[in-house]
Design a protein. Structure first.
Length: 96
């Protein structure tokens, strides 16, 4: 319900100002991927366009835009010990 309300607010603000409303990419990264979003759900469109354009997040340290669901799906099937091994922690911190 939160995402639908936020989407409606962004849509209304965009109509009132006649310009797109900027949204933090970090917020869009938290948007779950779902097939049942309502028609015209603008947040999904924003997140998809950031993803397709190879967008970045952050101001000082730029990082690749990644949606949380993508990370979660990638990590499925790994045990906590796999994810938290010193090697994986080192690799993940060096790629950030």
């Amino acid at each position: 319900h939160l995402w639908k309300t936020l989407d409606e607010m962004i849509r209304l603000l965009s109509m009132a100002s006649s310009t797109p409303v900027p949204l933090p990419s970090q917020l869009l990264g938290l948007l779950p991927k779902r097939q049942d979003w309502p028609h015209g759900f603008i947040l999904e469109e924003y997140a998809n366009s950031l993803n397709l354009a190879g967008g970045t997040i952050g101001t000082f340290h730029q990082s690749e835009f990644v949606r949380v669901d993508s990370v979660t799906n990638r990590d499925e099937g790994k045990t906590n010990s796999d994810r938290d091994s010193p090697r994986n922690l080192l690799l993940s911190s060096s790629s950030s």
